[in-house]
Design a protein around this ligand. Structure first.
Ligand SMILES: Nc1ncnc2c1ncn2[C@@H]1O[C@H](COP(=O)(O)OP(=O)(O)OP(=O)(O)O)[C@@H](O)[C@H]1O
Length: 571
């Protein structure tokens, strides 16, 4: 069969083949492109990973470097430590060697000491008898020393009592000196200067016996005078000294706490303690035999004020001092307040103390600018024992003289009949019939067991402080006050001078103060001057001046103090 193949068919066939080839080629291309894309993706992935790995490697390298550095510094420190450990080991070996040597030495010494102790113990045991004997001797010596001390103390006390008695017998004025302690306000003066290397606030004045004068000690010196007061003597206790030296503290008590209060007893000064002692002594006497009155006077700017007067309008009433016909000094129209206990005395005094003139000075913040005189007047109506004895003796003599018996008037007999009659007599001496002259013809002395009531005075004086105007820094009215104080104190000193030199004229009237105290200073009173002294360098001149005043007072020789009832006449 003829093969007849159409050309178109061949062509179509070829086209078909080509198309098929093309299609497979395209598929292959697509396949390859896909593969290429996948490879790209993987490449990108690998690149990313590579980058990350690079970073990790850099960090690892950094860490590695850091680690290397640490290792290096650790090695350096370790090497240093090792060398130090070596040194320490060396030192430790040395110390240990020393310790061993020391321990060995100590052990040797301990052994030696132990041996010595053992031998000493055996020695002591051997000497125990001697030791006991020595101990007994020491005890005996201590005992006798104690006895000597006691004897010495008693002797000192006796000497003091004898001295006081001698002073009184000679009629001298007793003078005591009290050095107050350094107080906080003294320091305030010390900074401004110095004298020969010592500060002004330095303590330079010391009591010879260096004893602390407590309020109790001071009162012990005063106490016997109160017995004298009831025995019929006038008594005056006067505090003298520079401003701020402790006069008010001595006479009244401390101003910081209430010295009059129940808790203030140790701080109380002479006045409250004297009032207590006086009423204690009176309580031992027959009931109602003594009465006490108090008066309080202030001498301010050379004027006398009655601080108990009701008409003083809060500052006391002005009064005069006169000399009576008997030559004694007296304050006119003075108020006397009857008191029955020490509490009443202190009540009266406390009430008027606030009236006292005070003002601050550079030296003392609460300075008293006046002289204060508290007087306790004791009126005693006790029958006089001496008179009774004389009366009995006289009566006995009369009995032995019967012829004269009828000469006795009935009144004389009544007077002799006993104590009762005496107690029934009125208090006033002027109105007492037993003391009015007996007009009956009695040739023999008329003995009387009664006596006029005896009045004795206890004057307690807190003087204003002597002071240097420059130092106290006062001006104006206060300057006038200071000048009045100084003038009255120098008048007091002049009076003592005149008395000491026994001059015919004693200038009592140069000042109201001396006129008022005339009986106590120059009269027959027992007078105790309490000198108050500041202890510091700053006030040395004032302290010497006060001591000079005390010396002057001690040189005064008066008539010995007289009892008020010694003048009683046995008629
Ligand atoms: N012995 C003492 N112990 C303790 N304190 C004292 C003593 N003496 C004085 N004082 C104190 O010193 C201060 C001054 O004393 P005080 O008022 O008694 O002086 P003064 O001499 O009365 O002075 P002035 O004359 O200025 O009134 C007070 O605060 C007082 O308490």
């Amino acid at each position: 069969m003829p093969l007849f193949i159409n050309r178109d068919q061949i062509f179509a066939h070829q086209v078909h083949l080509l198309e098929h080839k093309l299609r497979s080629k395209e598929e292959r291309i697509l396949e390859l492109e896909t593969e290429n894309a996948l490879l790209h993706l993987r490449l990108a992935e690998c690149l990313g990973k590579l980058r990350r790995d690079h970073k990790d490697v850099a960090e690892a390298q950094k860490r590695c470097q850091h680690q290397k550095n640490i290792t290096k510094s650790t090695q350096t420190a370790l090497a240093k430590l090792l060398s130090e450990v070596q040194v320490l080991k060396h030192d430790l070996r040395d110390v240990f060697a020393v310790y061993v040597g020391f321990a060995t030495e100590l052990e040797g010494q301990s052994k030696q000491l132990l041996e010595r102790v053992v031998s000493a113990t055996s020695d002591v045991q051997g000497d125990s008898e001697d030791v006991r004997a020595l101990q007994a001797k020491v005890e005996a010596l201590e005992r006798s020393l104690q006895e000597e001390k006691e004897r010495c103390r008693t002797e000192r006390l006796r000497r003091k009592l004898l001295h006081n008695a001698l002073v009184e017998l000679r009629g001298n004025i007793r003078v005591h000196c009290r050095v107050r302690p350094v107080l906080p306000f003294d320091a305030g003066f010390g900074q401004s200067g110095s004298v020969s290397g010592s500060t002004l606030s330095e303590e330079v004045v010391h009591a010879v016996n260096d004893v602390k004068d407590t309020q109790e000690d001071v009162f012990e010196e005063v106490k016997p005078l109160l017995t004298s007061l009831l025995d019929g003597y006038n008594v005056c206790i006067m505090a003298y000294g520079q401003t701020g030296s402790g006069k008010t503290h001595t006479m009244i008590g401390s101003q910081n706490e209430d010295p009059m209060g129940p808790g203030g007893a140790p701080l109380q000064g002479v006045i409250p303690k004297a009032a207590t002692e006086l009423f204690r002594l009176i309580s031992e006497k027959p009931a109602d035999s003594h009465t006490v009155e108090v008066s309080v006077v202030e001498v301010y700017n050379n004027e006398v004020f009655d601080l108990l007067s009701k008409d003083g309008e809060g500052s006391g009433a002005k009064r005069d001092v006169i000399t009576t016909s008997t030559g004694t000094s007296e304050v006119t129209s003075l108020t006397y307040e009857p008191v029955r206990s020490s509490a009443e005395v202190m009540q009266v005094i406390s009430a008027v103390l606030r009236l006292r003139a005070r003002s601050p000075t550079l030296v003392h913040r609460d300075s008293s600018r006046s002289h204060l005189i508290v007087t306790l007047t004791v009126t005693s109506r006790s029958p006089n024992v001496l008179a009774l004895a004389r009366r009995l003796q006289s009566a006995r003599q009369e009995l032995h003289r019967p012829a004269q018996k009828e000469w006795w008037s009935p009144r004389c007999r009544r007077a002799a009949s006993g104590r009762r009659g005496a107690e029934e007599q009125p208090a006033s001496p002027a109105s007492s019939p037993l003391h009015s002259p007996c007009h009956s013809p009695c040739p023999s002395p008329r003995p009387s067991i009664s006596q006029a009531p005896v009045r004795t005075k206890l004057q307690l004086v807190d003087l204003a402080g002597s002071e240097c105007v420059g130092m106290s820094g006062v001006t104006g009215a206060a300057l006038w006050e200071t000048s009045c104080i100084n003038r009255s104190l120098s008048a007091l000193s002049d009076v003592l001078g005149a008395l000491a030199e026994q001059r015919p004229h004693v200038p009592y009237r140069n000042s109201k103060l001396t006129h008022l105290l005339q009986d106590s200073i120059g009269g027959d009173a027992k007078l105790l001057v309490m000198l108050c002294i500041s202890p510091t360098q700053r006030f040395v001149a004032e302290s010497l001046q006060s001591l000079g005043f005390g010396t002057r007072a001690r040189q005064v020789q008066r008539e010995p103090a007289r009892r008020k009832n010694a003048a009683l006449k046995i008629k």
